[in-house]
Design a binder for this molecule. Structure first.
Ligand code: UD1
Length: 416
C-alpha cells in the first residue's frame, strides 16, 4: 500500500490545473447508457472512481475507450443489466446505473451499497423515486431488482435534496411517458451539468438550477459530446492550501461554484481575485477562526468540511464546524488531533480550538475528503507527516502529490 510523506511548512507558489469534477462525470458516464450510440466526454479525471465506473460500464456490456482525458462510451452493446456487489461496495456512485438501465431497458439489478465509513448512507429516496415512476422494486439476496417496462411520469418530493437520488431519478424519468416533477431536487453544479447533458441528448428537462425539476418524457435520446465542469471540491482544497501557505493560481476553476467557500476564506483572512476560469489566492496576513455549517449547494459543501477543520486548527481562536448533510462524517478528527489539533466533537458539531501550529505525525486516511484534510494538515505542520491508506485520496484527487509538488510542497509517494 502506498503512503504520502510530507515535510510541512513549505511555502506554495505557482499555478495548478484543476481537474474535471468527479461527482459530475460519474453520472454523466452512466447517462451514456441511455443511448445506443457513442458518447464522448472530455476533461475526464483519471481517478480510481472513474476507473471503477469504466469497469462497471464494461460489465453491463458498453464499449469504453479512455485516452488523454477523453472517454468514448458505446451504449449500443449493453446486454447485462446488473451492477455487482464487488463494485458497488467500493463506490456507491455505481448506484447511478439504476436510473438509465431501468429507463432504457425496463429492468435492472443493482447491489445495495451497504454502509460507509461516514454512516449508513441510505438509498431509500432513489427507490421511492423509481417506485413512483411505476417500477416494481424488490430486494433479493442483497440486490435491488427494479422492473417496469413502461415507466410513467409522476410527482416526486424528496425529504432532502439528495444529489444521487435526483440524478438517478432524472435519468429514469427522461424516457418515461408523460411529465415528472421532482421537488426538493438537488441543484449542485454536478446535477445541473447532468441535466444539460440529457437535454443535449434530446431530453426535455426544465427548472435547471432550481429545486424543482420538470421532465417531459421523450421516446429516445441521442449520443452527445460533453466537457466536464471543473472540480469545485479539488479547487476548494487547493484554495485552502493557498490561504494557509502561499500565493497560488487555480486554472480551469469555476469561481461561481465556490462563492460560499471564497467568502469563508476571505473571513479567514486570505486575499483572492477571480477572472473567468481562474482564481488567485494569497496567504492570510493574520488568520481568523471562522465557523462553518455545511449545507446543500450553494451552501458550504460537506465535501470540504474536513479540510476546513484542518485550516481552522492553525488559527488562535475557537471555531465551530457543523455538518447538516452527513451527521457522522468525522473520522478525520482523531487523526487531525494526532497532528496536534484540538478538536472536540458533540453530535454533528465540532469545536476546534486553534493551536497555531501543527506537528507532523503518522496518520491514516479513512475516506476521500478526510485524506485531503490530513494532507492539508501535513502541509501546514512542522516536520514530517506520513499519510497512509491513500487509496482513498486516489479515488477523488488526480495526481495530488504532483500538483502540490509543482507548487513547491515537499510531498512524495512511497510504497509501504
Ligand atoms: C453526493 C456526492 C458526495 C457528497 C454528497 C453530498 C457523488 C458521487 N457523491 O453523494 O461526494 O458528499 O453528494 O453533497 O456525487 N439520503 C437519504 N436517502 C437517500 C439518499 C440520501 O436519506 O436515498 C441522505 C443522506 O444520508 C445524506 C443526504 O441525504 O444525509 C445527502 O446525500 P446525497 O446528496 O444523496 O449524497 P450522495 O449523492 O450519496
Amino acid at each position: 500500500m502506498d503512503k504520502l510523506v510530507i515535510h510541512g511548512k513549505k511555502p506554495l507558489k505557482g499555478t495548478v490545473e484543476i481537474s474535471g469534477a468527479k461527482n459530475a462525470v460519474l453520472p454523466m458516464m452512466t447517462a451514456a447508457l441511455l443511448t445506443d450510440g457513442i458518447t464522448i466526454i472530455n476533461k475526464v479525471p483519471d481517478l480510481r472512481d472513474t476507473r471503477t465506473m469504466i469497469r462497471l460500464l464494461e460489465i453491463v456490456g458498453a464499449g469504453v475507450e479512455f485516452e488523454n482525458g477523453t472517454l468514448k462510451i458505446d451504449g449500443s452493446t449493453v446486454n447485462k443489466l446488473e451492477a455487482p456487489y464487488d463494485l458497488v461496495k467500493t463506490m456507491r456512485a455505481s448506484f447511478y446505473v439504476m436510473g438509465p438501465l431501468l429507463g432504457r431497458f425496463g429492468e435492472v439489478k443493482v447491489s445495495l451499497p451497504g454502509g460507509c465509513a461516514w454512516g449508513p448512507r441510505p438509498v431509500d429516496f432513489h427507490l421511492m423515486g423509481m417506485e413512483k415512476l411505476g417500477a416494481n422494486v424488490t430486494l433479493e439476496q442483497g440486490y435491488i431488482l427494479a422492473q417496469g417496462s413502461s415507466l410513467k411520469g409522476a410527482h416526486i418530493c424528496f425529504d432532502f435534496p439528495s444529489v444521487g437520488a435526483t440524478g438517478n431519478v432524472v435519468m429514469a424519468a427522461v424516457l418515461a411517458k408523460g411529465t415528472t416533477v421532482i421537488e426538493h431536487a438537488a441543484k449542485e453544479p454536478d446535477i445541473v451539468q447532468l441535466c444539460e447533458m440529457l437535454n443535449k441528448m434530446g431530453a426535455k428537462i426544465s427548472g435547471l438550477n432550481t429545486s424543482t425539476l420538470t421532465i417531459n418524457g421523450v421516446d429516445e435520446l441521442n449520443p452527445v459530446e460533453m466537457t466536464v465542469i471543473p472540480d469545485r471540491i479539488e479547487a476548494g482544497t487547493f484554495l485552502m492550501a493557498g490561504a494557509a501557505l502561499g500565493d497560488i493560481t487555480l486554472n480551469h476553476a469555476e469561481p461561481d461554484h465556490l462563492k460560499t467557500v471564497l467568502d469563508k476564506l476571505e473571513e479567514f483572512g486570505a486575499h483572492y481575485t477571480t477572472e473567468p476560469g481562474k482564481i488567485n489566492i494569497k496567504k492570510a496576513d493574520k488568520v481568523n477562526a471562522v465557523d462553518v455549517t455545511t449545507e446543500v449547494y450553494p451552501g458550504f459543501p460537506t465535501d470540504l468540511q474536513a479540510q476546513w477543520m484542518a485550516l481552522m486548527s492553525i488559527t488562535d481562536g475557537q471555531s465551530i464546524v457543523t455538518d447538516t448533510v452527513y451527521h457522522d462524517r468525522f473520522t478525520h478528527i482523531p487523526e487531525l488531533n494526532r497532528l496536534g489539533a484540538n478538536i472536540f466533537l458533540h453530535d454533528n458539531v465540532a469545536t476546534i480550538q486553534g493551536t497555531k501550529s501543527l506537528k507532523g505525525a503518522q496518520v491514516m486516511s479513512t475516506d476521500i475528503r478526510a485524506s485531503a484534510s490530513l494532507i492539508l494538515a501535513g502541509l501546514m505542520a512542522e516536520g514530517q507527516t506520513d499519510v497512509s491508506r491513500i487509496y482513498h485520496i486516489d479515488r477523488g484527487y488526480e495526481k495530488i502529490e504532483e500538483k502540490f509538488s509543482s507548487l513547491g510542497a515537499e510531498i512524495y509517494r512511497v510504497s509501504e
